[in-house]
Design a protein around this ligand. Structure first.
Ligand code: SME
Length: 154
């Protein structure tokens, strides 16, 4: 996809999910849309916060089999979620406690999901390229996530 087409991703997800109220259905197609649109990625999907266990549990995704539970505060995903901060890692091997689900992954972008002021989960995107994600990618995917959150139930 060209950069111009990529810029349409937030509008695309909004249109695609119109009138669908099942959150799992919406997360599944959001992960598929990202997998078919972003170049040089090997895994994209969602971890959803389970407040009973204080873990992020594997949700809809595209890619290889992945770890199913991540403790809040651990790995790239758990750290991004606990700190509620977008986390862009140029080299995952330098990230303390990085959890290697797919050994092909070398860089990663994690965006926390917030719904009604509460931590809902994270969007996690992995790439086999080092330093795959730019500040522009980050900004675009934050906008994508904002559009997506409007289609998820609490
Ligand atoms: N690398 C992540 C774990 C999830 S997999 O990449 C799909 C982490 O360190 O949290």
């Amino acid at each position: 996809m060209t950069d111009t087409t990529l810029a349409l991703l937030p509008e695309q997800i909004d249109a695609l999910l119109t009138d669908e109220t099942n959150s799992i259905t919406n997360l599944a197609n959001a992960s598929a849309l990202l997998m078919q649109s972003l170049k040089d990625i090997n895994w994209v999907g969602f971890y959803l916060f389970n407040h009973k266990t204080n873990t992020l549990d594997l949700g809809p995704f595209q890619g290889k089999v992945a770890c199913m539970h991540i403790k809040n505060g651990t790995g790239v995903c758990g750290t991004a979620f606990q700190q509620q901060s977008v986390t862009r890692v140029a080299n995952v091997h330098d990230f303390p406690g990085h959890i290697a689900c797919d050994s092909a992954s070398n860089s990663e972008l994690v965006i926390p999901l917030i719904k009604a002021g509460q931590g809902y989960g994270v969007l996690d995107i992995d790439s086999p390229e080092f330093d795959r994600f730019t500040a522009d990618d980050e900004a675009l995917l934050i906008t994508f996530v904002h559009k997506l959150m409007a289609h998820l139930a609490i």
